[in-house]
Write a protein that binds this ligand. Structure first.
Ligand SMILES: [Zn+2]
Length: 212
């Protein structure tokens, strides 16, 4: 039985320990032996008391990637933000600034995933020149630079852009007005990762490309 994570470890929390716990939770999930996977009762929610999260995970809305489940986390342990292809807007940035600045969370993870439909739509929009209407256009426009960078006509544009878009999102967060200082000081880490739909595994992305 793996040790029960202790998200309330307070001063012991560092970017390194937070990342280790998050990845350990994913290994429990992949192994089919989650500690918290079964514990989704109202009683568990009540028992969480005051929240002391140790990480914030920004992921996609994809219904196959429920973040608390794939990291085997309990109530009160991680903050979760989900938008199409983890697109940032000011509400998302402000929410992350709140979690880091007010709750003292040392780790921000940007989690992309294979076969992301939102990234696929951006690839399609650039290939066909047909931009969607409504607010969906806002989402597609935020993803488009990653597609352009890897080359929309590249046969592997979809998987390549998924990786590039994670890296671009990480870079934007590291340069954020309120996050840049703590990041440079080593008090906060922003990392990029990919979720594999076929295995359930989360793998950290290397700091630099190339995507191939
Ligand atoms: Zn997605």
């Amino acid at each position: 039985m793996p040790p029960t994570p202790d998200p309330a470890a307070g001063a012991a929390r560092t970017p390194r320990t937070a990342l280790a716990e998050l990845l350990a939770g994913n290994r429990r999930f992949v192994s089919g032996q989650p500690v918290h996977g079964h514990d989704v009762t109202a009683a568990a929610a009540v028992a969480s008391g005051d929240q002391q999260p140790y990480a914030v995970v920004l992921g996609c809305i994809d219904s196959r990637v429920p973040l608390e489940a794939i990291f085997d986390q309990t109530f009160g342990s991680i903050c979760v933000i989900r938008t199409g292809a983890h697109v940032l807007d000011r509400a998302v940035l402000g929410s992350i600034e709140y979690v880091v600045g007010q709750l003292g969370v040392p780790l921000v993870m940007v989690l992309g995933h294979e076969r992301c439909g939102a990234v696929g739509s951006a690839v399609e929009a650039l290939r066909t020149g047909q931009r969607p209407g409504g607010s969906l256009a806002y989402v597609i426009d935020r993803i488009a630079p990653a597609v352009t960078e890897v080359g929309a006509e590249d046969p592997d544009a979809h998987p390549l852009a998924i990786r590039r878009h994670v890296r671009r999102t990480v870079a934007t967060l590291r340069a954020d007005d309120l996050l840049a200082g703590p990041v440079v000081a080593g008090e906060v880490a922003v990392v990029g990762a990919l979720y594999d739909l076929a295995t359930g595994e989360v793998a950290l992305l290397a700091e630099e490309g190339p995507e191939k």
